[in-house]
Design a protein around this ligand. Structure first.
Ligand code: 5GP
Length: 201
């Protein structure tokens, strides 16, 4: 048998990273940076019933679904996890996670702290990274500056952020916690974590 005819060694499945953060903690910027900086890292596109924001596209940022379609997919077990966040349904399509990781690519997903706990039941090998804002005051300033939500929605997001952080502290399984006090430093830290985990396989 020549070298070329030798069967290729089976590749290890890709790593699964779960990124959780309160909205306004700097998550989108960090995730964009990660996707550009780490090769073979695919972003998992969630489904949601909330309306798209100005710059968001269906199938790129989220799969935007009606509530009845979302419920149909829950009933046919198409989500690895799902949750109601800020009054809307959000869920992770299971098939996409499996296809990406079986192909040997790595996947990163954005899941809230409650959804992460359910996700771990299906994928206990996932690696959790929790992104924290430096303080609630800073979080409020960032949400106001972003100018995408009304004041009442911002208040709801702040109240939820407090609950989420308490839950993450008590019940979350996060191997890594990153405080986004300085965006450049946080980017460097998150990329370092992901690269090290991938290299250690
Ligand atoms: P946003 O509407 O600002 O994009 O996201 C709101 C919240 O929904 C964030 O905390 C985000 O982590 C969460 N989220 C996004 N996708 C999913 C998902 O697939 N599952 C769960 N459980 N939460 C998600």
């Amino acid at each position: 048998m020549t070298d070329l005819q030798q069967p290729l060694p089976p590749h290890s499945p890709g790593k699964i990273f779960v990124f959780s953060a309160a909205s306004g903690a700097g998550k989108t910027t960090l995730l964009d940076y990660l996707k550009r900086s780490v090769p073979n890292l695919v972003y998992s596109i969630s489904a949601t019933t909330r309306s798209p924001r100005m710059s968001e596209k269906d199938g790129v940022h989220y799969f935007f679904l009606s509530e009845s379609e979302f419920k149909r997919r829950i009933a046919s077990s198409e989500f690895a996890e799902w949750a109601v966040v800020h009054g809307h349904y959000y869920g992770t399509p299971r098939r996409f996670v499996d296809e990406v990781t079986v192909s040997g690519q790595h996947i990163i997903m954005d899941i809230d702290v409650f959804g992460k706990k359910k996700f771990d039941i299906v994928y206990p090998q996932s690696v959790g990274i929790l992104l924290l804002p430096p303080s609630i005051d800073v979080l409020r300033q960032r949400l106001l500056r972003r100018n995408t939500d009304s004041l009442s929605v911002i208040d709801l997001r702040i109240a939820n952020a407090v609950k989420e952080m308490e839950f993450a502290k008590k019940e979350g399984k996060y191997e890594y916690t990153v405080v986004n006090d300085d965006l450049e430093r946080a980017k460097f830290e998150v990329v370092g974590i992901v690269r090290n985990v991938i290299a250690a396989r």
